[in-house]
Design a protein. Structure first.
Lengths: 334, 263
């Protein structure tokens, strides 16, 4: 008789370095809309995993299931070794969640916010107070500690929200679009904090629609679209999916972008397209550098004036386009 | 068996601690948001002054002065209007993502709502005592035993809690503060006015009198009038008790079920 072993469970419970997050065959529908469709995922302990996809891809739904906020229709998942459906209480004491909107109480000070969360994690009063002081220090909020968080800037609120998710020193941290709405400087600061966390052994699952963010932070990336996993790997592996380099041409006059598209298309191995800026034309090319001279000649013959041309490594944006046929920025409804 | 009891005791202790932590958080919010304090104190003061000095002279309540008739009604109005805030606060926490955070914590699931209602109850004690003070300043007097006087705030707080549960059920269903505010007042306003709160019900047309007589607000106001002026408290005591128990059981069930179904 063949012995059937429940692989994910073993994987989650046993072994020297168990996966911090295991998802198997996860599905969730809201009425007609299939938010998640047979999603499976493994996140090794102590790594940052990026969940990349456009709005409506199912990223938030997955985070809500993994944090026990939402029951799945089908499939199972384990976080920090605990089953999301059957061991919700134990699971909750080992995770931290920072959702899409910074969940800070505006009427409480930064310190009071953290102390309250500490008490609700059932830390005793002195531990909760000590943790609040440590986290305020770490997130550069000491000076603002006793001000109402209503007075905080967007970046400070995000930092306080992230601090709140770390009060109980969680094994697994789930961040749902942690930098949405932040200016570039605040975003970089938050990235630095997240990297620091992982060096301390925390596992992070991070959702984002920013390709740059996933590229910058994540050890591995799962690309999801319309509720399905469409690719998984390191940023490097995903980039190789485009089979080569990306040629990019910047035209002087947006009216000539179409002409530039036609000219470069003769040399490419994929679809030439015009970026949102209206003047940049990109196209995947195999052996790009060698073709550069011919492409420039063609553009010249067609009378297209260019301000820049070059061959670069594909960005995740190119990868997304190659995988899904649309860019990551586009909403599902479009 | 013994272990199960111990586990249950520990769980109950945590549920209590979580409820107290949440109640404290909500009370801090009351103290720090002037608009809420103003709404829950200035509003009833305004009502008592308006009705005493503007409408009072035109309302015939039989023997006794109007303020002695009015104040028990105003006290009930205070806790009933205040209850709207229970649902508004819950809806606010739902729409702002605070409840998501709370639900991802290992805290007792009941504590978000219980803490809210406990905080609103504490506020009610404060506002009821304030309103009795204001009443005294403009001529209200108890004509009752000490026991009856002590019973009055206790009854008000319990009755207020019943309305807080109605409001909680609305708040957790609509999940949006402004909607909860509108959905709260749209039925509370007519309900309070179609009662014995400001005028004797026998002055109303027959069909309205029939409704007003069984209105939970009427029976509670009548009970408090009886208690504060040494009058009859039966059968309004039993009617008020039945309404309160009924409302708490029904609305807390709806509110808690809705909260557990959140996703």
């Amino acid at each position: 008789m063949v012995q059937v072993r429940e692989a994910p469970e073993r994987q989650a419970m046993g072994g020297a370095r168990p996966d911090a997050i295991v998802v198997r065959g996860m599905s969730k529908a809201y009425g007609e809309i299939q938010a998640l469709d047979d999603v499976s995922l493994d996140v090794a302990a102590g790594t940052i995993h990026g969940l990349l996809g456009p709005n409506g891809a199912g990223k938030t739904t997955l985070v809500r299931i993994l944090t026990t906020l939402l029951p799945p229709d089908n499939g199972r998942a384990w976080v920090a070794g605990f089953d999301v459906a059957r061991e919700a209480t134990q699971l909750r004491s080992r995770i931290g969640l920072a959702g899409q909107s910074a969940a800070v109480d505006e009427y409480l000070t930064g310190r009071e916010n953290l102390e309250l969360v500490g008490r609700l994690y059932h830390l005793n009063r002195s531990t909760a107070e000590r943790r609040a002081v440590e986290l305020l220090e770490r997130f550069d909020l000491t000076e603002a500690a006793d001000r109402r968080s209503k007075t905080y800037s967007g970046g400070m609120r995000r930092r306080l929200d992230l601090a709140a998710s770390l009060v109980a020193d969680p094994e697994v941290l789930l961040l749902d679009e942690p930098t949405t709405g932040l200016d570039p400087r605040a975003r970089r600061e938050l990235w630095a904090v997240i990297r620091q966390l992982v060096s301390g052994g925390t596992t992070v699952l991070l959702t984002t629609q920013y390709l740059e963010e996933a590229d910058e932070l994540a050890d591995r990336i799962t690309v999801i679209d319309l509720g399905r996993v469409i690719a998984e790997g390191t940023a490097q592996e995903l980039k190789q999916r485009t089979h080569g380099d990306v040629l990019s041409v910047v035209v002087n006059d947006p009216a000539q972008a179409e002409a530039a598209c036609r000219a470069v298309a003769r040399h490419g191995s994929g679809v030439a397209r015009i970026d949102d800026d209206g003047v940049t034309v990109t196209m995947p090319v195999a052996g790009g550098a060698a073709k550069l001279a011919a492409i420039i000649r063609d553009l010249d013959t067609d009378g297209v004036a260019i301000s820049d041309i070059g061959v670069r490594q594909p960005s995740l944006d190119d990868v997304f386009l190659a995988l899904t046929g649309h860019t990551a920025g586009a909403d599902r409804a479009d | 068996m013994h272990d199960t009891m111990t586990a249950l005791r520990i769980e109950a202790r945590w549920a209590l601690a979580d409820t107290l932590a949440m109640a404290r958080r909500n009370l801090i919010r009351y103290v720090r948001s002037p608009e809420l304090l103003v709404f829950s104190t200035i509003n009833p003061v305004m009502f008592v002054l308006l009705f005493t000095y503007v409408f009072g002279g035109a309302i015939d309540v039989g023997p006794g002065n109007y303020i002695n008739f009015l104040l028990p009604g105003i006290l009930v109005q205070t806790v009933v209007f205040g209850a709207v805030q229970t649902g508004v606060g819950l809806a606010e926490d739902l729409s702002s993502g605070m409840v998501d955070r709370y639900r991802s914590l290992p805290m007792a699931r009941s504590a978000v709502m219980a803490g809210r209602i406990l905080a609103d109850t504490v506020r009610n004690v404060f506002v009821v005592l304030l309103m009795i003070g204001v009443g005294y300043a403009i001529g209200f007097r108890f004509n009752a035993s000490v026991a009856a006087i002590i019973a009055i705030p206790i009854i008000l707080v319990i009755f207020g809690q019943a309305f807080s549960w109605i409001s909680a059920a609305i708040g957790v269903s609509v999940r949006e503060a402004e909607t909860a505010q509108v959905a709260g007042f749209v039925w509370i306003f007519p309900l309070t006015f179609m009662s014995s709160m400001f005028v004797p019900v026998h002055t109303m047309p027959g069909w309205l009198e029939a409704f007003a007589s069984v209105n939970p607000i009427t029976v509670t106001v009548d009970l408090l009038r009886g208690l504060s002026q040494g009058g009859e408290i039966m059968p309004s005591l039993w009617q008020a008790a039945a309404w309160t128990v009924g409302l708490v059981v029904l609305c807390s069930t709806v509110a808690i079920t809705q909260y557990r179904r959140l996703s």
